[in-house]
Each structure stands twice: as structure tokens, then as C-alpha cells.
Write a protein that binds this ligand. Structure first.
Ligand code: ZN
Ligand code: ZN
Length: 233
């Protein structure tokens, strides 16, 4: 029996186990470490990162503050940030993480490491290295079995975090409702909340944990029932 996948697919199961409450969640097994769906997500995210980098720079250009139209006497009163500064700094931070992980792979697999340089050519080479060795990263990297979340060094979690933060930076992330308004299916308590990608009942006697998918099915079921009863449209 393979160990449960350390990925986000098992966030709800891990949280339920951590709370020590009775639950019906089954962990997704790893094949051998990460499950196929977590592997496929990391692969897609790596492929999408170059386009997201472009979008980050674009965001920087479009979001630049207007230059001070000062002439003599107004110049130098206030130094405006240089054009696209916030995007540049954000992209540099992201690029640094990517280069570190790529060099990590190169070192482990006896490939020549590269000097830290966050130019786009170096980033694309680094992403290429990560894509080529994704199997190794997700199955054999020393942190491959760390659970995803928080400051985990798991490569799949790092890839997810870069992708996610770039999406948020470019406002391309899906806007999820923060408030979960459907009542808990177990205790009927009206307050469910979203936390670390898991939907959790705030009633301390219940603490029912659901994955986002399960919650979506639950909401749909309530909606269908209400529609049947003539309450909802
Ligand atoms: Zn998984
Ligand atoms: Zn509950």
C-alpha cells in the first residue's frame, strides 16, 4: 500500500486526521510519492510560468505611476519608483526561487550549476531543467515527501506557490467566495469556513472537514433540493 500523496489533493484528509475527528475521507495514494493529478498539476504550472512572467512585467508597465511632470523647482521633490518597480521586484523574487530549485536539481544530478541571474533566458533554462526532471523532483528530491502547505520545501508545493502568487499578482486567480454560506452537512451549523484549501465547520463539537470539490457537490445538492421545493430559481 503506497503512502498517501503529500500533495494538496489530501489537504482535507490531513486536516481531518490532525483534528482527530471521525471522518469518511479516504487519502489519495501516491504513485509512489505524489499522485498522478498532483504530478500533472505541477507539470501544467511549470509550462504556464513563462507566460505568467510576461504578464507580471506587463502588469508592471501598465500599473506604473505617472511621472512627475515637474520642471525647475519641482524636480527631485519626490523620487518616484522607477517604471515597473513593483513587478520587477516581484519577478526577481520568483525567479530566485526557481533558480535555486533548478540548481538544487543540477547539483543532485551532477549537471553544471548556473550563476544566480534572474534574466528571462536563465529563468527559462531553469524551468526547462525542472520540467525535464519533474519525476525526480516529485519522487526523489529530499523534500518530496513533505506535506504541502505553509513553508514546506516540497518542490511540487513550491511550484504551486510560484504559480499561485504570479496569478494573484496579475489578478488572474479565480475569485473564490471566502464565506462558505451553505450549512454544514453533518451538524447543520451555518458557519463553514475556507482554510488552506479545505472547507471546515467552525462548530467545535463537529469540525467537519470537506474538500472544495465535496463542498461544491454539497452546495449543488442543496440548490437542487431548494429548486425542487420551489424556493430557488
Ligand atoms: Zn496528490
Ligand atoms: Zn458541522
Amino acid at each position: 500500500m503506497p503512502s498517501p500523496c503529500p500533495g494538496r489533493c489530501n489537504s482535507a484528509w490531513r486536516r481531518a486526521e490532525e483534528l482527530g475527528r471521525q471522518h469518511n475521507l479516504e487519502p489519495v495514494p501516491g504513485e509512489p510519492v505524489h499522485c498522478w493529478s498532483c504530478y500533472a498539476s505541477a507539470h501544467t504550472q511549470l509550462h504556464q510560468l513563462p507566460a505568467l512572467f510576461d504578464a507580471v512585467y506587463l502588469e508592471g508597465e501598465e500599473g506604473t505611476l505617472a511621472k512627475l511632470v515637474g520642471t525647475i523647482g519641482r524636480v527631485g521633490l519626490q523620487a518616484p519608483p522607477w517604471p515597473g518597480q513593483h513587478a520587477r521586484l516581484f519577478a526577481d523574487g520568483l525567479g530566485e526561487g526557481i533558480l535555486i530549485l533548478a540548481n538544487d536539481v543540477r547539483e543532485h544530478l551532477d549537471e553544471p550549476v548556473e550563476n544566480p541571474d534572474t534574466g528571462s533566458a536563465a529563468i527559462n533554462r531553469a524551468l526547462g531543467t525542472l520540467i525535464r526532471h519533474l519525476r525526480w523532483l516529485l519522487a526523489e528530491h529530499p523534500c518530496a515527501t513533505d506535506s504541502h502547505g505553509g513553508r514546506s520545501g516540497n518542490p511540487a508545493w513550491q511550484i504551486y506557490s510560484w504559480h499561485r502568487s504570479a496569478e494573484v499578482f496579475c489578478k488572474q486567480d479565480e475569485q473564490r467566495p471566502v464565506q462558505r454560506v451553505a450549512p454544514c452537512p453533518r451538524c447543520r451549523d451555518p458557519w463553514m469556513r475556507s482554510r488552506n484549501g479545505v472547507v471546515e465547520c467552525t462548530n467545535l463539537d463537529c469540525q467537519n472537514v470537506m474538500s472544495n470539490d465535496e463542498y461544491a457537490v454539497h452546495v449543488q445538492r442543496l440548490h437542487d433540493a431548494a429548486k425542487f421545493a420551489g424556493i430557488a430559481a
